[in-house]
Design a protein around this ligand. Structure first.
Ligand code: UD1
Ligand code: CA
Length: 449
């Protein structure tokens, strides 16, 4: 099976009018990743080595995006949208290279699973020339119907071409097809556009293959696998199904989600065993959580790495480049950006740490701000091992606070502090005995006048 070469042809030329968007439809995201990338990943998992993308609407934007998630990818521009077979033939040059297997997929089916693709390829290996992935639905309107006779797939009839009896069939074409490379061009070139829509229907390949005496088969997939996204309503439906699958997988892998439906993951979220996630947590792209971590409620993480034994939130915000080492603690209303919080260090309350290093075991008091930006450039704050930063301190970067140093509360520091020093960056306190009462009396007299 693995020795068979495979080309994935992904159709992504459609405009997606119903998305009502300036962004090409296939680049809309599910779990933080473009739908087209989801389809690509499924094909990669199914062993597809090379990729041909057929682009049209927003070709430049789509081509640029593809470079971000697919190697060995080539894009082909379909200038006129004359049907799915016409779209596949836009990649003629790639098909002509001679692959054992071709997988044809749509770029707007983000829930496609690699198992379905593998099953289709296995049927090609068994000697079928065409394998169609079908699904069953109580509402088949709009889909091509799979017409079977004596257990064999004889045709796919598009909705508009169906007879009354055929329209009642609920076994539908999901749009995913596997074609034996050696027969592909001969069959595709025979497809014409003499039909209700005047389009070159890829689905005609089934009848043509039968007529040529080739074997044709259908495999069945879940409805989700074929779910095509046409509007933002369907996009949200796909997202919900994706999240549900991910939550289940995460829990089965040993993570506790107290209220699974309120936790949102990204496609690349990694999370270790015995980690606990409280309700209402959002994982944006690029988050890696190790084992035995607690993520408290209402935390928002993106591009962050959290080592084991750490504690995050409630109401914490970890932005890109946040890196928590083991047993670090980031508490409520704390924002961390591009900063390392080393082993056992604590940033418990109401703090902004950006472009910084916080040394092992350091304690950052409530209301500490690293002043990292002057409106033009960003500067680094370096806090040493075991340092203590008193509450409500502003550390004006670039600045280094040495190991074991102690910063008095309310300090505004603009100069480095040497190791083990005590730094005061505030006016000294002065108490004037009796002056409080005097002042009160004066104000009271003034108010009576
Ligand atoms: C297609 C199938 C139908 C199936 C349904 C599943 C055909 C003829 N029909 O119908 O059997 O049940 O999908 O959703 O294949 N595309 C191009 N260039 C074109 C035409 C289409 O790139 O010239 C792309 C579209 O962007 C889309 C996909 O191919 O991603 C499917 O095209 P669409 O016109 O939506 O086909 P359906 O009528 O839905
Ligand atoms: Ca469609």
């Amino acid at each position: 099976m693995t020795e068979r070469s495979c080309l994935s042809i992904i159709l992504a030329a459609g405009e997606g009018t119903r998305m009502k968007s300036a962004l090409p439809k296939v680049l809309h995201k599910v779990a933080g990743l473009p739908m087209l990338a989801h389809v690509t990943h499924a094909a990669q998992e199914a062993g597809a080595g090379d990729f041909a993308y057929v682009v049209g609407h927003g070709a430049e934007t789509v081509t640029k995006a593809i470079a971000g998630f697919a190697q060995n990818a080539k894009t082909y521009v379909q200038t006129e949208r004359l049907g799915t077979a016409h779209a596949v033939l836009a990649a003629r040059e790639a098909i002509a290279r001679g692959y054992d297997d071709l997988l044809v997929m749509f770029g707007d089916t983000p829930l496609i699973e690699s198992g379905v693709l593998k099953a289709a390829r296995e049927k090609l290996a068994d000697g079928n020339a065409v394998v169609v992935v079908g699904f069953r639905t109580p509402n088949p309107a709009g889909y091509g119907r799979l017409i079977e006779k004596n257990g064999a797939l004889v045709a796919i009839r598009e909705d508009k071409e169906c007879t009354e009896a055929e329209r009642a069939i609920n076994f539908c074409n999901g749009g995913l097809m596997a074609i034996a490379g050696k027969h592909a061009l001969a069959l595709l070139d025979k497809i014409d556009n003499k039909n209700a829509k005047g389009e070159f229907y890829l689905t005609d390949i089934v009848e043509l293959a039968n007529a040529a005496g080739l074997k044709v088969a259908a495999t069945e997939a879940s409805f989700e696998s074929a779910l095509g996204v046409n509007s933002r309503v369907e996009l949200a439906e796909a997202e919900a199904i994706w999240q549900q699958r991910k939550r289940r997988a995460v829990m089965l892998s040993g993570v506790t989600l107290i209220d699974p439906t309120s936790v949102h993951f990204s496609a690349d979220t990694e999370i270790g065993v015995d980690t606990l996630v409280e309700p209402n947590v959002f994982f944006g792209p690029g988050v890696k959580i190790a084992s035995n971590v607690t993520i408290h409620a209402f935390s928002h993480l993106e591009g962050a790495t959290v080592a084991s034994g750490s504690d995050v939130g409630p109401y914490a915000r970890l932005r890109p480049g946040a890196e928590l080492h083991e047993k670090a603690k980031v508490g409520n209303f704390v924002e961390i950006k591009k900063a390392v919080v080393e082993t056992g260090a604590k940033v418990n309350h109401l703090t902004y740490i950006g472009d910084a290093r916080i040394g092992e075991g350091a304690n950052i008091g409530a209301g500490t701000i690293t002043c990292n930006y002057d409106g033009f450039s960003k500067f680094v704050t370096n806090i040493g091992k075991g340092a203590f930063i008193g509450s409500n301190s502003s550390l004006v970067a670039p600045i280094t606070i040495g190991d074991g140093a102690y910063v008095a509360s309310g300090s505004v520091l603009t100069e480095d502090v040497e190791p083990d020093a005590l730094a005061f960056g505030r006016a000294r306190q002065k108490n004037l005995p009796g002056k409080g009462r005097e002042l009160r009396e004066r104000f009271s007299r003034a108010a009576k006048k």
